[in-house]
Design a protein around this ligand. Structure first.
Ligand SMILES: [Zn+2]
Length: 464
């Protein structure tokens, strides 16, 4: 089946044809590294990793370039640096904040079963012209000024939204709809209220770079225009991110990139994942339900979080619940038991077809359940396709034994003691002492161990 993806810009699901099948190019906006990533941040990490893996499967692992940036220049980072490292010079304090948070983000993404992107550039490395000639922010801003799309006013360089006739096409916002009514005093230097900052001056106690417009720092949007062009060229295949980035961030990226390069498009597909809510409630710090990936990883294997996320389609809101996590954990225990020790094989067409339909992961999970049942009833081809599909999707990173051992460790259960109780119970059943065998079963249940009898003997697992 031909890959089809939903494009936020044209509002339709269209067949995906890469500009260059030997180098399929995707850019996804990464985190602003000032705090631990929360479960809402995990969604684009997992969703676009699945797309990355699908593209590698379809076009070849060496023919896909995936760029995810790190935003390490931001006023929230400055504030955090001043708060957490009051004794240090600002640049040093910022470096400490961003280094710790970026490393934690890399660790979280890996624990969630995500491959590292091909490139993970940091904004601070792309502010000034570079020795390697890759696109940088200052050069892009100069180009925008030279082409009549940006102007200096009030100590800032601003993008002139009126210079772009179709500004607003991605979000569907018209310029005169934005901020109706009188201009607020702070915006009086702007030609239009929708004009946005490309460069702003820094005071002495703010981080800054020397530029043609004085010592200052870039606006947020220009970094992605620079880093995407640096690694993927002026026009590329897919640009992704969370729904909240459509406006203003992606709208402004499009304006900057198209106007600086004089191209009719920045990316051919714009993909956006929906939000995550917790137990039917919007996640927020004030509600106390702001769950970090790190906290979840303390209680659950990363693959459980990954499967749980993929049970919802990326364009639907995700309701993150304890019940859902428990079900996902049970499913993975079973999948490990059926497939983890099967190597080789190729992924199932049903799984690839489901993903090729705009990443229909609920359908993909349904296909996996079908393969699992067929595998468990003795179909070895389906068992091998089941295992290969799970590996393609970032599951089964451990052996079945390691998975089980880790779960036991997490729940403080002694496997030797269980095995000995189970053999006592088997002996009791053999001598038809059902009172004793029931007593042992109840003792195991009280320890949180569920046993399953089959013609091949008795297996057990830890109930959550
Ligand atoms: Zn971005």
């Amino acid at each position: 089946m031909q890959l089809r993806l939903y494009d936020t810009l044209t509002k339709e699901k269209r067949p995906f044809t890469p500009l260059d099948p030997s180098n399929v190019r995707m850019y996804v906006c990464g985190p602003t590294v000032y705090d631990f990533a929360h479960i809402g941040n995990a969604r684009p990490v997992i969703v676009f990793d699945v797309l990355f893996r699908l593209l590698r499967h379809l076009y070849g692992a060496d023919h896909v370039t995936y760029v995810r940036n790190i935003t390490d220049v931001d006023d929230k980072i400055n504030a955090r640096a001043v708060r957490d490292f009051p004794g240090l010079p600002l640049n040093e304090a910022i470096r400490r904040v961003t280094e710790v948070t970026a490393n934690q983000f890399y660790a979280d993404a890996a624990a969630l079963g995500s491959l590292p992107p091909t490139f993970e550039p940091r904004a601070t490395d792309f502010v000034l012209p570079r020795a390697d000639g890759k696109t940088d922010m200052v050069t892009l801003i100069r180009q925008l000024i030279a082409r009549g799309h940006a102007y200096e006013a009030g100590g800032e360089v601003l993008f002139d939204t009126a210079s772009m006739p179709d500004y607003g096409a991605l979000s569907g916002r018209k310029l005169d709809e934005q901020r109706p009514g009188a201009r607020v005093a702070v915006d009086a230097h702007k030609k239009n209220p929708g004009d946005f900052v490309l460069w702003k001056q820094s005071s002495g106690d703010e981080p800054g770079w020397e530029s043609p417009w004085g010592r200052g720092r870039p606006g947020w949007h220009i970094e992605c225009s620079a880093m995407s062009a640096a690694y993927l060229g002026e026009v590329f295949d897919i640009h992704g991110g969370g729904l909240d980035l459509i406006f203003p961030h992606h709208e402004n990226e499009i304006a900057q990139s198209r106007c600086a390069h004089g191209t009719p498009a920045m990316a051919n597909f714009w993909m956006h994942n929906e939000f995550v809510q917790i137990e039917d409630t919007k996640m927020s710090k004030s509600l106390g339900n702001f769950v970090t990936i790190r906290e979840l990883l303390a209680d659950w294997p990363g693959e459980v979080l990954r499967l749980n996320m993929l049970k919802a389609h990326y364009r639907s809101p995700m309701d993150w619940t304890l019940k859902g996590l428990e079900e996902s954990a049970k499913t993975l225990d079973d999948w490990y038991w059926v497939a983890a020790d099967i190597k080789g094989g190729r992924p199932s067409d049903a799984v690839i077809d489901a993903l090729s339909d705009d990443l229909n992961t609920p359908q993909m999970v349904a296909s996996l359940h079908g393969l699992r049942n067929s595998a468990a009833s003795g179909n070895d081809l389906d068992r091998s396709q089941f295992a290969a599909s799970l590996r393609l999707l970032g599951f089964l990173s451990e052996s079945a034994a390691d998975w089980k051992a880790r779960k036991q460790q997490a729940s403080g259960i002694d496997a030797k003691q269980i095995d000995s109780l189970i053999s006592d119970r088997t002996a009791a059943r053999a001598r038809k002492d059902f009172k004793e065998s029931d007593r042992i079963r109840d003792e195991l249940a009280a320890m949180g161990v569920v046993i399953k009898d089959s013609k091949d003997g008795t297996t057990w697992e830890v109930a959550r």
